[in-house]
Write a protein that binds this ligand. Structure first.
Ligand SMILES: Nc1ncnc2c1ncn2[C@@H]1O[C@H](COP(=O)(O)OP(=O)(O)O)[C@@H](O)[C@H]1O
Ligand SMILES: [Mg+2]
Length: 308
């Protein structure tokens, strides 16, 4: 339910995309023929919920790929070499009705090593009617040779001003209005991630006017507890401190916490190489879908106490 606004307001054209104007500018130029031609292997990387998949789809649509000529593969679900072999086979055929065929490989860092090697081969000899768009939060997990093969675009979090613009736009289209302090609160909570912001906004709009600031603040509290957790893990805080934070987060979805921790760490890591941050990410890289809260607690404990 909370993803409703994010889906409803997914940008459909380059001009709808908020922030990331450097990326949009280059793509628009290349696709209108005024820049250098668009590469047939494109890598979109950056934090979660900031527009990678969205921009990938806009590129595909602008290239004119539709119907069966546009394929989206979630590499987290189809990780093996068979997936790539299958794509290689299909890609030899001419487009069905469009002028080209496009494969969007989402979460592409999840491909196995074998699959990545097979993908590299395909990228090295892509047919002229085929484009590959690779999306990932973890480009460092790709073979360097894959990265080298692609035209790379870094998608970034939004500034506070850009986030405000997004929120104003969605609130207006929803026929709603919000107090200034509620906007400010959501901007703070979202930490620059549009998907995050729209999820909080959906929760805020679901309640009456007088409760909205409270709902936004609750989400801020959760957010700040998660930030505390990140700081504690990175700084090697004593276990009682970590366990207190974990108890406070008991009602929250461990998967959401996991992703928030990864997002925070990624931002830290991109600004400053730091082994402890990398080892936090290591423990948080696999989903807690099955393990739930115990998985979260164990991951935190392992960060602090695991043997090398
Ligand atoms: N730059 C942006 N401008 C406007 N909305 C955005 C932007 N980035 C993300 N969104 C919103 O967040 C949702 C998730 O974006 P998505 O492209 O799936 O993120 P990613 O693939 O980077 O995780 C979109 O459906 C859209 O509503
Ligand atoms: Mg995505």
């Amino acid at each position: 339910m909370t993803g409703v606004l994010a889906l409803k307001y997914r940008p459909e054209t380059f001009d709808d995309v908020i922030g990331n104007q450097d990326v949009i500018e280059v793509l628009k130029n290349q696709m209108s023929g005024s820049g250098q031609p668009l590469s047939h292997s494109i890598l979109l990387h950056g934090p979660t919920g900031c527009g990678k998949t969205t921009i990938g789809r806009i590129i595909a649509r602008t290239l004119g790929a539709e119907g069966g000529d546009l394929q989206e593969v979630d590499s987290a679900d189809f990780r093996g070499v068979d997936t790539i072999r299958d794509i290689r086979k299909q890609s030899r055929y001419k487009p069905l009705g469009s002028s080209c065929r496009v494969w969007i490989l989402d979460e592409v860092h999840r491909l196995t090593n074998d699959a990545q090697s097979a993908l590299l081969k395909e990228l090295e000899d892509t047919a002229s009617h085929v484009y590959y768009i690779l999306c990932t939060t973890d480009p460092q997990k790709l073979l360097p040779t894959i990265r080298g093969r692609c035209a790379s675009f870094q998608v970034r979090t939004l500034t506070e001003k850009e986030m405000k613009k997004l929120l104003l736009k969605v609130v207006k289209r929803e026929g709603e209005s919000l107090d200034k302090d509620v906007y400010e609160q959501i901007v703070q909570d979202s930490m620059g991630h549009p998907r995050n912001a729209l999820q909080i906004l959906a929760q805020v709009l679901a309640v009456d006017d007088d409760k909205r600031l409270k709902v936004a603040k609750r989400s801020a509290e959760k957010q700040s507890q998660i930030i505390e957790l990140c700081r504690g893990l990175i700084g090697g805080a004593p276990w009682p401190k970590i366990s207190t934070i974990l108890k406070g987060l008991k009602q929250e979805d461990p998967e959401q916490i996991r992703r928030a921790v990864l997002g925070y760490c990624q931002t830290v890591l991109l600004n400053d190489p730091n082994d402890q941050v990398a080892s936090v990410m290591q423990e948080f890289i696999e989903p807690f879908y099955n393990s739930g809260h115990p998985g979260l607690v164990l991951a935190c404990y392992s960060v602090l106490y695991a043997e090398e």
